[in-house]
Design a protein. Structure first.
Length: 257
């Protein structure tokens, strides 16, 4: 009788164990930003992957890694980007997720399960909008990347302060004078970056700032080469994460018409 009871208990334990493993497998399959690799492409120092997830296929990118079709991957700290152009692939992705790193078949790139690949970059993950370059994923508002090409070609020498606007050079050199205040800036748009973190971003230059520029956030739409007069709040030492860090920033800007 004791043997029968023991056997029944063993069967129950085995069934519970199997059920738990099955639940774990289902949970793993439903992990966000994970799935099977359908397509792999390389360009500009990044690895691009088309991934078949639980809700359909999506594209992701990260620094160069070893991955092939059929591998199971999971994105580490993904960041959604929209209408993202990749010159090396000669295409623009409607939506793509840039990841700090990627687990491939449950393992980091060095094959050490105890240290996911994302640990290598940690809190230093930066925004991929810095350009399709070979080594660095810079903030898109920094100067000197190929993604910023053409900005310097816009002449701002005729754009001077007017109608009570503040010279951009003054904002950049003495931000403490204006912090927390709403000021006007008259400048020419040298860069327009739409819908990043639910805001549009522009760069403004005038005749006073030389090669520098002021970064501005806005809900309005602009285009490069457009001369504008905008009002916005001056903020300093703003850090949004993902490489979006500024000593001086003009936020919530609106056109003064």
């Amino acid at each position: 009788m004791k043997k029968i009871v023991l056997m029944v208990l063993m069967v129950v334990v085995w069934q519970v164990s199997c059920a738990n493993k099955e639940a774990e497998v289902k949970k793993a399959k439903l992990a966000p930003f994970s799935g099977a690799v359908v397509t792999v492409e390389s360009g500009g120092g990044y690895t691009y992957m088309e991934i078949k997830g639980t809700s359909g296929n999506f594209w992701a990118a990260t620094r160069p890694i070893e991955v092939k079709k059929g591998d199971t991957v999971q994105l580490i700290h993904p960041m959604k980007m929209e209408k993202f152009p990749v010159k090396s692939l000669k295409r623009t992705f409607d939506i793509i997720y840039f990841a700090d790193d990627v687990l491939v078949n449950g393992r980091g790139h060095m094959g050490d399960d105890s240290k996911p690949m994302g640990m290598g970059m940690g809190n230093k993950a930066v925004n991929p909008h810095g350009g399709d370059t070979a080594t660095k994923m810079k903030n898109p508002h920094q100067m000197g990347t190929t993604h910023m090409a053409g900005e310097a070609a816009i002449d701002a020498s005729r754009i001077k302060p007017q109608n009570g606007s503040v010279a951009i050079a003054d904002l950049l050199k003495n931000p403490e004078k204006f912090v927390g205040k709403t000021v006007k800036v008259h400048g020419i748009v040298t860069k327009y970056l739409p819908m990043i973190m639910k805001k549009n971003w522009i760069h403004l230059k005038d005749a006073t700032c030389g090669k520098a520029h002021i970064v501005v956030t806005t809900d309005e739409t602009f285009k490069a080469g457009e001369t504008v007069l905008v009002s916005g709040k001056v903020e300093v030492n703003k850090d949004f994460g993902f490489g979006y860090k500024y000593d001086v920033l003009l936020t919530g800007a609106k056109s003064d018409k």
